[in-house]
Design a protein around this ligand. Structure first.
Ligand code: ITT
Length: 196
């Protein structure tokens, strides 16, 4: 089975390909379609709406099933932001290091470090309606930035199920415990069941 992944974030593409690697499913990137897809405006109000916008846009160019991933970091002390604005928040501040420093400051001020990563995966071109698979990982922000593996906000987030930040582990660990892994686990279980 082939699935097109509607994402231009190469880190997500890498993680999703790694998670699918043991299964008989080939993940194609947008660039494998050999078509020119204009930049997609993510103007939804929820992860699901944004994921649907991305998946539907790419589905205009292929008859293969298409998945998309909309994800973000929610920090309690930050009124559960940056959330769906996670990528834009970092880019407005000039990168992930300044964005993490700002978030740490707010957590310090409020003495609340609770946070979670959210991932919403949408599958279209499969049934006659979009399907949605959600993943969440609860954890905490730490007041240090441990640059290493992973991407984005990984260097200062520790899942409640782990001891260190996602950035400090090999990709296999993040790909087992992350919000993305949890959403994709549900998608894989669904595909397995629907192909039987
Ligand atoms: P596409 O829309 O093209 O897939 P994007 O990076 O714009 O790429 P999103 O709009 O879903 O994707 O933004 C998700 C942002 O949330 C991402 O850029 C990171 O800032 C953050 N994020 C999501 N998952 C993460 C993870 O596993 N580790 C660290 N940060 C993550």
């Amino acid at each position: 089975m082939q699935i097109v992944l509607a994402s231009s974030n190469q880190n997500k593409v890498r993680e999703i390909k790694e998670i699918f690697a043991p299964y008989n499913i080939q993940i194609l990137g947008i660039t494998d379609l050999d078509v020119d897809i204009p930049e997609i405006e993510e103007n939804g109000n929820t992860y699901f709406e944004n994921a649907l916008i991305k998946a539907n846009e790419v589905a205009k160019y292929t008859s293969l099933p298409v998945i998309s991933d909309d994800s973000g970091l929610e920090v309690e002390a930050f009124d559960n932001g940056p959330g769906i604005y996670s990528a834009r928040y970092a880019s407005n501040l000039g990168g992930y290091i300044p964005a993490m420093k700002e978030i740490i400051k707010t957590c310090n001020d409020k003495n609340n470090y609770r946070a979670r990563f959210i991932c919403c995966i949408v599958l279209v071109n499969y049934l006659d309606k979009p399907l949605r698979f959600d993943g969440l990982v609860s954890g905490r922000i730490i007041p240090e930035i441990k640059v290493g593996n992973g991407f984005g906000y990984d260097p200062f987030f520790i899942s409640d199920e782990l001891e260190k930040t996602f950035a400090e582990y090999d990709p296999e660990i993040k790909n087992k415990y992350s919000h993305r892994a949890k959403a994709l686990e549900k998608l894989l279980a669904y595909l397995k069941e629907s192909n039987q």
